[in-house]
Design a protein around this ligand. Structure first.
Ligand SMILES: [Zn+2]
Ligand SMILES: [Zn+2]
Length: 340
């Protein structure tokens, strides 16, 4: 089968590799589409140190069941996505519905020994497979994983009805955060990003937008909203954005850091302490978040489609990685079609 192999940092190739064997308790999925995640791009360049040469990446994917154990409740041909977190199911976090904290957590698309979804087929444990609502084009099921990241961030932020929410960073995660914050009842959602195309995309999702190169984010948010934000979600994660997030958030409010733009950050400590703001980290999602994101997608298929910037044939994926690692990122999600 065809697969996209990270040959070396900065070099991706389409290679012919053996099709994965369906192990006991596994579902073999024929991939329709895989999303290119920012973490894949940073893994491709070697920047984040979380991917290894020789690896087949891909953790945002959807396809159809090619083979399944008889007792799985799934059927051949059924449209599915998968939760890439493989967890033990037996430890305290797994029991308590915080599976992402499982000490034995492995991630399809991150752990190099697992063949992931930039391929024509992937084998996934039965509990990780999530059926797609039939209102959704199969390829768009690849958007459910980043949407689950956003549902987790918004839940951890405690966004509630009537809240004012600032989102810093209008890339694919920021875009999904807009949708998740709206679902949580936020009254005002404002998005700050330097990229005009990304701001436009968020405006189409119903958010107000601001350009931090022409106005100070915190000042502009307060002026236009008439108050500081109840919650700010930083989907960039560099010192400047975290500082802006603190400045834009009301005393006692919450800042969630989900962007991973830098490994170390510097910010005004007193902006956190004296205003009793909460700073919360957010990374993956629970199984419940993932299921909720899938259900939400089923009833909002048209909006979800608005997050897709391009769908490319498999052979063009290496070039897409190079372009995304360059200076002009796509405004929304780039999907690689394994069936094209
Ligand atoms: Zn991702
Ligand atoms: Zn566990």
């Amino acid at each position: 089968m065809r697969a996209l192999v990270l040959k070396d940092f900065g070099r991706m190739v389409v290679a012919d590799v053996p099709q994965p064997q369906q192990g006991a308790g596994e579902v073999l999925i024929k991939i329709t589409a895989v999303g290119i995640c920012g973490t894949d791009v940073h893994g491709f360049t070697g920047e984040n140190g979380r991917r290894q040469p020789g690896q087949i990446m891909g953790h945002e994917a959807a396809g159809t069941v090619a083979a399944t154990p008889a007792d799985s409740g799934l059927r051949v041909g059924q449209a599915v996505t998968f939760n890439p977190l493989i967890t033990c199911g037996a430890c305290a976090p797994c029991h308590d519905g915080a599976e992402q904290h499982c000490a034995d957590r492995r991630v399809i698309g991150v752990n190099p020994e697992i063949q992931a979804a930039f391929a024509e087929f992937v084998a996934v444990p039965v509990p990780n497979v999530v059926p797609l609502p039939d209102t959704l084009p199969v390829a768009h099921g690849a958007l459910i994983e980043p949407l689950a990241v956003a549902f987790n961030a918004v839940r951890r932020a405690g966004v509630g009805a009537g809240d004012g929410v600032l989102v810093i960073g209008a890339g694919p995660i920021g875009q999904s955060v807009v949708l998740a914050a709206r679902d949580a009842g936020a009254e005002l959602i404002m998005v700050s990003d330097i990229n005009a195309e990304r701001r436009d995309l968020c405006a189409r999702l119903g958010a107000s937008t601001l350009d931090p190169t022409t106005a100070d984010t915190a000042t502009e948010y307060r002026a236009r909203a008439g108050a500081a934000a109840d919650v700010t979600i930083d989907a960039v994660g560099i010192s400047a954005t975290l500082q802006a997030a603190l400045g834009a958030t009301r005393p006692g409010g919450t800042v969630v850091l989900v962007g991973m733009g830098a490994k170390r950050l510097e910010f005004g400590a007193f902006d956190l302490t004296t205003m009793e703001r909460s700073l919360i980290g957010s990374f993956c999602y629970t199984r419940a978040d993932f299921a909720r994101a899938a259900r939400w997608a089923g009833s909002h298929a048209a909006e979800l489609a608005g997050l897709v910037s391009a769908e490319l044939p498999f052979d063009q994926a290496p070039r897409a990685f190079e372009q995304l690692a360059g200076s002009s990122p796509a405004p929304g999600k780039v999907l690689v079609r394994a069936d094209w």
